[in-house]
Design a protein around this ligand. Structure first.
Ligand code: ZN
Length: 216
């Protein structure tokens, strides 16, 4: 199949790309520039896309899309009172928007499917990444745009983060090229929440973390 894959430059979407490759799909990488998106992530997404698919990713500017973290205080307070476990980096309506853009690109590229790299942890804590959501969205996309058939694939959604790392290493994915740091230094800072969780996940599977950190 020809698959439009949403890539972020992070670990999960990179392993998803290598899983799609290992299944023999041809890949059209797509990355979306949201508000305050870390430029290091985009660089990583570009580098990884070229290796995975032989082409630069399609890059669309959607920088009007903010995470809840960047919403006005009174809105954030209301949302987190109601949904205390929701991560504040969630973009409202994110996946309806992202997957609709991916479907649009799929029509343009005559692709059969669109794909994203969600983990099982995501499925457990974020409402718009579950199986039910994607089944409904796939139905809506196909029903109301009847001249293009589309499938939604979430190849790593059944896996926990640690299992994704293991699969990535098994498939030879260039995990050291992915970007998890919240800063914009040349190398991963080693201290921010993104780096801390990256280090922990490699440690938890007992595998070598080849990331270069500024602080050891
Ligand atoms: Zn960092």
């Amino acid at each position: 199949m020809k698959v439009v894959a949403l890539v972020s430059g992070g670990l999960d979407s990179t392993v998803m790309l290598w899983k799609l490759r290992s299944e023999g799909h041809s890949i059209v990488p797509l990355t979306l520039l949201t508000f305050r998106r870390n430029p290091r992530e985009i660089e990583a997404a570009k580098k990884i896309s070229v290796v995975a698919s032989g082409r630069e990713p399609i890059v669309y500017d959607v920088s009007f899309l903010r995470e809840l973290f960047d919403y006005p205080q009174h809105i954030k307070e209301r949302v987190f009172q109601q949904f205390p476990t929701l991560p504040n980096i969630v973009i409202p309506y994110r996946n309806i928007i992202f997957y609709s853009v991916a479907a649009y690109v799929a029509c343009l590229e005559e692709a059969d499917a669109i794909a994203g790299g969600h983990t099982r942890e995501d499925v457990e804590r974020i409402p718009d990444v579950g199986k039910e959501f994607f089944t409904e969205l796939e139905n809506i996309l196909n029903k109301y745009t009847p001249f293009h058939r589309i499938k939604i694939l979430t190849p790593v959604a059944g896996l926990m983060k640690a299992e994704i790392i293991r699969l990535g290493i098994e498939l030879g994915a260039p995990l050291q090229e992915t970007w998890s740091c919240w800063s914009v230094f040349e190398k991963h800072c080693g201290k921010c929440p993104g780096c801390v969780s990256r280090r922990e996940v490699f440690k938890s599977v007992g595998l070598e973390d080849r990331t270069e950190y500024l602080e050891g």
